[in-house]
Design a protein around this ligand. Structure first.
Ligand code: ADP
Ligand code: MG
Ligand code: MG
Length: 898
């Protein structure tokens, strides 16, 4: 097996499409080489080796890699005319993580590797820049100590030992910035850093370049399994088995002086999607300096710089003097960078997120990847690239991460409310959206209130989990490419960054803004689209969807095979879903109508009656309500199929449980309180979900089915009389045997026939069933002889296949997922391996006896992209989901068919 892939000087053994093996970073470093973008030479150790490392351990893996890595290092030496481990002319490298899917900042990287007490002198002489040499060295000792030697503290409360030393030295010198430290300070830092290493680990800092290299490679493999990487994978659904590749690459130096710089850039605006090249850089800096928010980063374009200054309230004089754009400070480099970004975007046909370094006036690219973006930017970029003829409609559709469409449907601030709200501060519009919540200062307290805003000086990867929980994120420091900004955009979470007026006191847990004080728990609101921060809770409203969204939906219609229906119980929901393009209703739960207004009393009367006569009397009163509801829903669906499920929940859910309500009930029905109590006690069951519910109700109390069937057919007849075409589909829930279904179907057909004769008119209707009990899936061929359609109720089917009570599973499911017993929550993401077999088998067996059997799904899974894809693969006719998930399902359904 080939374990090492080299790249450099316009050649590469890897390619962009080898991400699985080389990781995203490695594959793209190779590709950039091949298309003539300047990239420092290096090599990639495959992610398969990470797997080998996890099973075989360090020594075995070093033995496997040794000769390949030595050859690859030789190659870099030749291209850079340096020598690894040499005193006078040493090759320095970075050792970088990089997995198949991008996991920004989650794993480790070591820079300037190869330095030691001797080679630092060599570098100083060679570059003629002593400060640079020692700055690189102290960075190396720090990074290597943290990452490889385990000096980085486990808990967030402890500060990094190197940071502490650095703060002390800066304080002694009376300086604020790293760049203000001189050569002697840096030398002193290195001495103290090494002493700290010796003290804490009991070992000397390794001087041998090869020892350093193997240590770093193994540490990068180890970082695949660090806590934040595991958490991130869980959040993003990235499999733990993948492992990370390791990239070893010749260093280029952005910290060589004022003609050097480092930066990050986006080919388009990741927040709005606008086609504006943007990014940030720092002069005389290295690696993560820009993202870490140590110094105020500067903008890449002049236009961006002007906008930034306006938002930050920086005068033009100060801006031009202290924070000039790259375009102004290094016009030649800017020109080349701009040409390169265009080239990369054209090549990858998608918005790119770039890392670059300028060493003594020469530009080098260090990374490119498809940039993370908000839902709104995702749609705009896909459509812009389509209009620019860089991609076609299919590819535009494939560029949509369906679940992210959700963000576009989230509320925005009401303009009137914003007009009168009290503006507290202004930061950068880092990630759009509207958010209100109570202030918290620590990520691990994000659940302290139901809705929180995480307020931090800056965020770090450790804050990830809290950021996910909070409604919005506000930081005092950091730019548009700061950790908070990038992560928030990826999550589609509202974020305002770099609001300089904020004075945060973590100890006291207060936020001061121009003399005013806000405590933990106080409400604030963020507008991530303008960067403004408001006092209190500002009112929101539903957003309007633009033409680009509509175009994506049109593409979805063009390429989909399945249709998308909605789960709706009211005409209002049905109309919303129609607006999102739902073609029919896949599940209308009749019992939801039972709770509205006075109806529940009639329902209770029916349930509490002691005989059929009493029940029929109550059902007669319910009939007009149900008929009215069905008319509304059938009309709203404009002739599309409407699947109406007969009464499903256990009756106990409808009876009065409080003493007061029971008294009232007794009075109304003219029976004693004791009688009511007895009846209620009678209805309670040990396992209501497996009890007297679903078709078991209709089969024991046929008059209920009769009434519901009558209400549906009468509604259809009434609408027909008004000229409205309808397609009711009556669905029997929870059947396990064909007899259960036949009995119900007979009642429905008889009722319909009776009405047709009575009215002298007819309507089309179907009678089908839910498949939600495993036995029904297993005997689907028998059932399909009588049923005209199937709808997989995957909520109950999952519950019964796993034997997990849906209502109790929260006690163990989160723990199961944390421990890796389950990869995902099967109630959210269809378990294709197990439950999926029942779905596939049920569909196939059903169609074996009725070839044109209509099949759909109506569980929660109908709006979850991976489950929708599965439904397409088993040949379903439609999926059905809640109204706001309809756009997601439409895109997922179309993608499944491309
Ligand atoms: P991450 O995946 O966390 O972004 P990277 O491996 O990309 O980690 O590296 C961290 C930082 O170090 C980035 O800013 C990157 O540009 C910089 N860097 C990595 N390798 C080199 C190199 N060979 N020369 C200069 N800078 C480098
Ligand atoms: Mg990077
Ligand atoms: Mg069910």
């Amino acid at each position: 097996v080939k374990r090492v892939y080299t790249f450099g000087n316009g050649q590469a053994e890897g390619r962009a499409d080898m991400k699985n093996l080389l990781g995203g970073k490695g594959a793209n470093l190779a590709e950039m080489n091949l298309i003539g973008v300047p990239v420092p030479p290096g090599f990639t150790i495959t992610s398969d080796v990470c797997t080998e490392y996890n099973t075989l351990g360090k020594d075995a893996v070093v033995a496997l890699l040794k000769s390949d890595v030595e050859t690859a290092i030789k190659n870099i030496e030749l291209l850079t005319e340096t020598s690894f481990g040499d005193k006078k002319n040493p090759l320095l490298v970075s050792v970088r993580s990089g997995a198949r899917a991008s996991m920004p900042g989650m794993m480790d990287t070591v820079l300037n590797l190869g330095l030691n007490d001797e080679s630092v002198v060599g570098i100083a002489l060679k570059s003629g820049n002593e400060r640079f040499a020692w700055d690189s060295y102290r960075r190396f000792v720090q990074m290597y100590g943290d990452v490889v030697l385990g000096m980085k503290p486990e808990s967030k409360e402890e500060i990094d030992p190197f940071e502490r030393i650095m703060e002390e030295v800066k304080e002694q010198k009376g300086v604020d910035l790293d760049t203000d430290l001189d050569v002697d300070d840096l030398k002193e830092l290195v001495v103290q850093f090494k002493a700290a290493v010796k003290e804490q680990t009991g070992q000397d800092f390794p001087e041998s370049a090869w020892e350093q290299l193997w240590g770093a490679v193994m540490a990068v493999f180890d970082s695949w399994n660090n806590e934040r990487a595991i958490l991130y994978r869980r959040m993003e659904g990235i499999p733990h088995e993948w492992g990370t590749a390791v990239n070893v690459q010749a260093m280029v130096f952005g910290n060589m002086g004022d003609n050097s710089a480092t930066g990050v850039a986006f080919t388009r605006d990741a927040a709005t999607g606008e086609n504006i090249f943007n990014g940030e850089y720092l002069i005389n800096a290295q690696g993560e300096d820009v993202v870490a928010g140590i110094r105020t980063p500067q903008q890449i374009t002049k236009e961006g710089s002007l906008r930034w200054a306006e938002l930050q309230g920086v005068t033009e004089e100060d801006r031009a003097e202290m924070y000039p754009s790259l375009e102004e400070a290094m016009p030649e480099v800017f020109k080349e960078l701009n040409a390169t970004q265009q080239k990369l975007e054209r090549h990858y046909k998608d918005m790119q997120d770039l890392e670059f370094t300028v060493q003594d006036g020469k530009l080098w690219l260090l990374q490119t990847r498809n940039g993370k973006r908000t839902g709104a930017a995702m749609v705009k970029i896909a459509m812009d690239l389509y209009r620019e003829k860089i991609i076609d409609d299919k590819l535009a559709l494939m560029r949509i991460e369906a679940h992210k469409l959700d963000e576009l449907l989230h509320p925005v601030f009401d303009m009137d409310a914003i007009g009168t709200a009290n503006e507290l501060a202004k930061g950068l519009p880092a990630s759009p959206g509207a958010a209100s919540g109570q202030i918290i200062f620590f990520a691990d307290e994000a659940k302290k209130y139901p809705e929180t805003i995480l307020v931090r000086i800056e965020t770090s990867p450790e804050d990830l989990e809290g950021m996910l929980v909070a409604k919005g994120i506000l930081t005092a420091r950091g730019g548009m490419t700061s950790h908070a900004a990038v992560v928030a955009r990826g999550m589609g979470k509202c974020c305002v960054s770099g609001a300089g007026a904020l004075k945060i006191d973590y100890k006291e847990r207060v936020l001061r803004i121009e003399g005013k004080m806000y405590r933990e728990g106080d409400w604030i609101s963020l507008n991530g689209s303008t960067g403004k921060v408001y006092e209190g809770r500002v009112k929101t409203r539903q957003p309007e969807l633009d033409g680009d969204f509509a175009s994506i939906m049109d593409f979805a219609t063009k390429y989909t095979r399945m249709t998308v229906r909605t789960n709706a119980d009211t005409p209002k929901d049905a109309k919303i879903a129609r607006g999102f393009g739902a073609q029919g209703i896949g599940l209308c739960r009749t019992e939801h109508m039972f709770f509205e207004g006075e109806r529940i009393k009639t329902v209770r009367e029916m349930i509490l009656s002691s005989d059929e006569q009493g029940r029929r009397a109550a059902l007669d009163k319910l009939l007009p309500y149900q008929r009215g509801d069905f008319e509304g829903i059938l009309e709203a669906m404009q002739g599309y199929g409407v699947t109406i499920r007969l009464l499903d929940p256990p009756l106990h859910e409808f009876v009065p449980h409080t003493e007061l309500a029971q008294q009232e009930m007794a009075k109304e029905m003219g029976i004693s309180l004791a009688d009511v109590k007895n009846k209620v006690a009678d209805l309670s069951e040990f396992n209501p979900m497996l009890g007297h519910r679903g078709c078991r109700l209709g089969n024991t109390y046929p008059e209920i089915t009769e009434m519901q069937a009558r209400a549906i057919i009468e509604a259809a007849l009434n609408l027909k009389a008004k000229g409205v075409i309808t397609r009711p589909e009556i669905m029997v829930p929870l059947i396990g045997t064909v007899e259960e279904f036949k009995m119900q179907a007979d009642i429905i057909h008889q009722t319909a026939q009776l009405l047709f004769t009575e009215r002298g008119d007819k309507v089309e209707y179907l009678v089908g069933t839910m498949i939600e009990i495993p036995r029904a899936a297993l005997t689907a061929d028998k059932i399909a002889e009588f049923a005209e359609f199937f709808s997989f109720g995957t909520n109950d089917l999952t519950q019964m296949a796993f034997g997990y009570s849906r209502d109790d599973a929260n006690k163990f499911l989160p723990i199961y997922i944390e421990k890796g017993i389950l990869k995902t929550d099967p109630f959210q993401i269809l378990d294709q391996e197990g439950v999926g077999q029942l779905v596939r088998m049920g569909t196939e067996r059903g169609r074996s006896s009725k070839a044109d059997l209509k099949v759909g799904i109506c569980g929660e899974h109908g709006g979850e992209p991976s489950s929708v894809e599965f439904c397409d693969s088993v040949g379903m006719d439609y999926v059905s989901c809640s109204p706001f998930r309809v756009p997601i399902a439409r895109v997922a359904a179309a993608q499944a068919n491309i």
